[in-house]
Ligand binder design. Structure first.
Ligand code: ADP
Length: 484
């Protein structure tokens, strides 16, 4: 047998140029097909979390601005969009998808600058997946009668959509594409720290000659989102974000006729059974929690390993973590970029502190971090127990807990015994075991021998405190229509 060698390279920096994206100094609200100054004249800065420099000013929408956006969406719905044939709506969606593809490089560089995620991720996943969502739903626009056979399909009217900062452009596409395909008009509010790619999408939408008011993009903080939720002309709210705000929005919608879908937090378990291919599993685990700084609601943040494989898994995980490259998000070699904001950075550090207090063994890679910006070393928390806060609560950072189990029943118990139920991963070479486990896990999405695989045709959504409603696929159309 050849001796196992540890090959190690150091990579020269290979950053993408910032010049590939053009940024205006100031971004206004996109209302009724035009960029419009906020009524309050208030703006806030969007920062680059990689070096803490301001990128651009973004308008802060007041209640009056939100009202103007909703009214423009209502007027566009009544006068144009609800009267347009599905075939014609589909052409617009197709055009948006093509334009995203044409401007892919610019969008990817901007996304990495504004969010801190590695360019490899925004270039190879976020931007192509955003285009694919528009392509996919363009295909459904004139086939709704086949999506819901023997039913009369009715659009809802104006839908309000509120998105978080971890997949800014992709989340906008997830929300806007099915809403337009089903004949609704949209008011979208991006997250305050990552509004720029949605505003670029507004430019694309304008260039595509989408009728004015069909898509409106309003920027601001939680109060802007709340005005949108409360607006009486809004027929549906689609929200992705924290469980806390999701519950708050649920209360605001209670007693109204608004439809609601919530995609909230997660605390996914990765289960490695003794018959798994360990090397493959290690790559899947690394991809599932570290490659997007763990800032993914479906991140595989809890590792459950069958006891007799724990030693091997820990040794290999530690070695792989040591090789991860943390740094400049625009560098093509970077595995882990910058944490999106100071607030999130502090939250992650706080949880690492809690893990220490709870007596867990904290293992981090020894890499050096850039002097400026919000960076966290990939972190493995060993000897975790089910009652630990770091096991029960969503950290949203590159932090992985590790627990062991003896029997499959114990693995199921550990995986399910948390408030969330968004996703899970199973690693095993036996199909029957995978089917058995997946039928017992309370998670909306389960990957087997892979992780974080997305396709516009697959539905996504959670159980329990991870929310309700599905996005993506045929299921994603359902929450944007009334069926008769
Ligand atoms: P995260 O933890 O992912 O930042 P949040 O739930 O805080 O998630 O934010 C997700 C989105 O919800 C953001 O666009 C944010 O501005 C918006 N938001 C925050 N508070 C409210 C609120 N009270 N009503 C409506 N939207 C809100």
């Amino acid at each position: 047998m050849p001796k196992e060698t540890t090959l190690s390279w150091t990579y020269s920096p290979a950053p993408e140029s910032k010049d590939q994206t053009f940024l205006k100094e100031r971004y206004d609200l996109f209302i009724n097909g035009k960029f419009t100054k906020p009524e309050s004249k208030k703006y806030f800065h969007s920062f680059n979390p990689a070096d803490e420099t301001p990128l651009a000013q973004v308008a802060r929408a007041s209640e009056k601005d939100v009202d103007a956006a909703v009214k423009s969406a209502a007027s566009a719905y009544n006068k144009v969009w609800s009267k347009l044939e599905g075939k014609e709506r589909g052409k617009y969606l197709f055009r948006i998808a093509r334009m995203i593809q044409e401007r892919a490089k610019e969008l990817a560089v901007l996304e990495s600058m504004d969010s801190g995620k590695p360019i490899r991720e925004s270039r190879d996943f976020d931007v192509p997946a955003a285009a694919n969502h528009f392509f996919y739903y363009a295909g459904w626009a004139d086939k709704l009668e086949y999506a819901f056979p023997n039913r009369k399909v009715e659009s809802l009217g104006v839908v309000g959509q509120i998105i978080p900062w971890n997949f800014p452009l992709l989340m906008a596409a997830w929300k806007i594409a099915p809403a337009l395909a089903t004949g609704n008009t949209v008011v979208l509010k991006p997250a305050e720290s990552t509004s720029l790619s949605a505003l670029k999408l507004a430019e694309i939408i304008k260039d595509c000659d989408l009728p004015p008011g069909v898509v409106n993009i309003i920027t601001g903080f939680g109060d802007t989102g709340e005005y949108l939720v409360k607006h009486p002309l809004v027929k549906k709210i689609a929200f992705t974000g924290s469980t806390e705000i999701g519950k708050h929005i649920q209360k605001l919608c209670a007693g109204t006729d608004k439809k609601l879908s919530l995609e909230l937090g997660g605390k996914a378990a990765h289960i490695i059974l003794e018959d798994a291919s360990i090397n493959e599993a290690i790559e899947g685990i690394i991809n599932g929690i570290f490659f997007n700084q763990g800032e993914v609601c479906c991140a595989g943040s809890r590792l459950l390993v069958q006891e007799n494989k724990a030693e091997e898994v820990i040794t290999k995980l530690k070695a792989r973590i040591e090789k991860l490259i943390v740094g400049d998000p625009l560098d093509k070699n970077t595995d882990i970029g910058a944490i999106n904001s100071k607030m999130q950075f502090d939250k992650i550090q706080n949880y690492i502190g809690i893990a220490k207090q709870e007596g867990l063994e904290v293992h981090q890679s020894s890499c050096t971090l850039p002097a400026k910006g919000f960076y966290v070393r990939p972190t493995l928390l060993l000897n975790a127990a089910q009652t630990n806060r770091v096991v029960q609560e969503e950290i949203f950072g590159p932090v992985l807990t590790l627990q062991t189990f003896r029997s499959i029943e114990e693995a199921i118990e550990l995986a399910n015994n948390i408030p969330y139920g968004l996703s899970a991963g199973i690693w095993s070479s036996k199909g029957s075991r995978i089917f058995n486990l997946s039928s017992k896990l309370k998670a909306g999405v389960i990957w087997a021998n892979s992780y974080n695989k997305f396709d516009p045709s697959s539905p996504f959504g959670g159980y329990k405190e991870s929310g309700f409603g599905r996005e993506g696929g045929l299921h994603g159309l359902r929450s944007y229509v009334n069926l008769k």
